[in-house]
Design a protein around this ligand. Structure first.
Ligand code: SAH
Ligand code: ZN
Ligand code: ZN
Ligand code: ZN
Ligand code: ZN
Length: 492
């Protein structure tokens, strides 16, 4: 389902659809395949979670007739593709595991599983981690293999500094409960502090598709969840756990923090987050009526307008979220990689205090903290930089643009000096007609052009990042290495 960058047309997400067939990852999502010259594309269902066919090859045309036999086979397949142990069983196993002396605590790296002595033999040819300490058990993200992209070992886990910053920020803002959606490391930091510091009051519930975490957390601490289709693998019981967690007992305020894969499925994510927010609202008392559940959505800055499309109340913070693998992507002379990842939030920007020691300062005009390089533009009446560098104002475009851009009279907008002008006479990328570009193609509705829009905004990364097919890891790798390339070769 490659939304081929160079092929005409492409694949776009329509979204979750009622009555959608299921794969082992819950209800599939509805996509549309558009082809050049065609107004209506053919619709199909594909796996919501795995954008690599190798991981889940579920595919069905929307108008396809599926035989009873095939339906039965599919159900059987879905059942067989559930994890070996249930969450409940894993919790029991853990209880037994911690009773073992250190010398008998083994973790199989090949099976990604804690082993009980009776199972050692079966794993005798596997790579094992021995003497698993209690401290290690409290930091599973430190020794679990990165789920995707095993080859390069690139985990997209928060750097300690960023994780600490996020947690302190949440605490300073007065939150006592964190719904951690795809943020195992934040969850882990909260859990381990809660078990070590007596007066630490914050609690966290982890929602993640990585079922390995069920070996380390109880059913009240972790739900196996798919954030692309709002699917609780644990059914109604898990959903109820989440609902209960969102209920604000004795004024304990709750916030959702999500760090999703950077694929092109912004609307699928937004739809799930809205459902989680609705859950929060339902559990609430009267006063919550016109309030939105507080949220941090951690995502690259070039998705800003996409996120704002779905959440107009959100704003983007300048804080650069760093990941653990930063050593690979050192930023030129300063030795610090410039991360493109930001925090989007519906909280008032002025209360999000960014660390002054890292160069952030408060802009009194914008009423928010900004990067040191982000200059307030009088014309735009805002601090306009998105990437942390100082941007410049173009009077013709009537907006600020990247420092490396120049106004092109041909294109009637600012672009890199060596860009190739987009000629309108070559026709629209989608429908082939002359007179407009694909972004303005009348044959496609907004949602259908979603991927194309994302690509446009993705700018540099768009060439390599094929929306909808990259795995999270590949995606982040591309984004960061794109950054690296940019620093080395082309200055943007
Ligand atoms: N920076 C975060 C980790 C982000 S990596 C931290 O350090 O805590 C992205 C996370 O999203 C991973 O934990 C991954 O397992 C999870 N994830 C990926 N696809 C998902 C899906 N479809 N539903 C739920 N979680 C998913
Ligand atoms: Zn699937
Ligand atoms: Zn400006
Ligand atoms: Zn311009
Ligand atoms: Zn041009």
């Amino acid at each position: 389902m490659a939304a081929g960058e160079r092929s005409p047309g492409g694949i776009a997400l329509i979204g979750p659809a009622s009555g959608a067939p299921s794969c082992p990852h819950g209800p599939a999502l509805l996509f549309v395949k558009t082809s050049q010259g065609k107004e209506e594309g053919r619709r199909f269902y594909a796996c919501s979670a795995c954008r690599d066919r190798k991981d889940c090859n579920f595919f069905q045309w929307e108008d396809e007739k599926v035989s009873e036999a095939r339906l039965a086979a599919r159900e059987e397949y879905n059942r067989n593709h559930q994890p070996t142990f249930t969450h409940r069983q894993n919790v029991e196993r853990y209880k037994n595991f911690v009773l073992l002396p250190l010398s008998k605590r083994r973790f199989c790296q090949d099976c990604q599983q804690l082993l009980l002595p009776a199972e050692w033999e079966k794993h005798s040819n596997h790579r094992l981690l021995c003497d698993i300490s209690t401290a290690q058990l409290k930091s599973p993200s430190q020794f679990l293999y990165p789920l995707e992209n095993k080859k390069t070992n690139a985990q997209y886990l928060f750097a300690d500094r960023s994780c600490q910053f996020l947690l302190n920020l949440l605490i300073d803002l007065g939150f006592r409960r964190v719904l951690s959606v795809g943020t195992p490391r934040l969850h882990e930091m909260i859990q381990s502090k809660a078990s070590q510091e007596e007066d630490f009051r914050v609690r966290s519930l982890l929602l993640d598709i990585d079922f390995r975490y069920s070996q380390f957390y109880t059913e009240d601490e972790f739900c196996h969840y798919n954030m692309f289709n709002h699917y609780f693998f644990g059914g109604e019981a898990a959903r109820e756990t989440c609902r209960k967690f969102l209920y604000e007992d004795n004024g304990e305020r709750v916030i959702m923090v999500a760090d999703p894969p950077f694929g092109g499925l912004v609307e699928a994510l937004a739809s799930s987050f809205k459902k989680l927010m609705a859950m929060w609202k339902e559990t609430g008392k009267e006063g919550q009526d016109n309030k939105e559940m507080p949220m941090f959505w951690i995502f690259p800055y070039f998705f800003e307008s996409r996120i704002l499309d779905f959440f107009p109340s959100f704003s983007m913070m300048d804080y650069q979220v760093d990941y653990d693998n930063h050593a690979l992507y050192k930023h030129g002379k300063t030795g610090r990689r410039q991360s493109p990842v930001r925090i989007f939030t519906n909280l008032t920007p002025s209360i999000i205090v960014l660390p002054v020691e890292e160069g952030y300062r408060f802009c009194t005009l914008c009423q928010r903290y900004v990067s040191s390089g982000n200059q307030h533009c009088e014309m735009c009446n805002s601090c306009t930089s998105k990437d942390g560098r100082r941007w410049k104002h173009c009077v013709l475009c009537k907006k600020c643009v990247k420092p490396s851009w120049f106004h092109c009279n041909n294109c009637n907008c600012c672009a890199l000096p060596n860009h190739s002008c987009e000629k309108t006479d070559s026709g629209c990328f989608v429908c082939g007609k002359a007179g407009h570009k694909r972004s303005a193609c009348p044959s496609l509705s907004r949602t259908r052009t979603a991927f194309q829009d994302d690509k446009k905004k993705g700018q540099k990364t768009s060439k390599k990042v094929k929306m909808g097919i990259c795995k999270r890891s590949a995606m982040k790798r591309t984004i960061f290495s794109g950054k690296k390339m940019k620093n080395k070769k082309k200055k943007t």
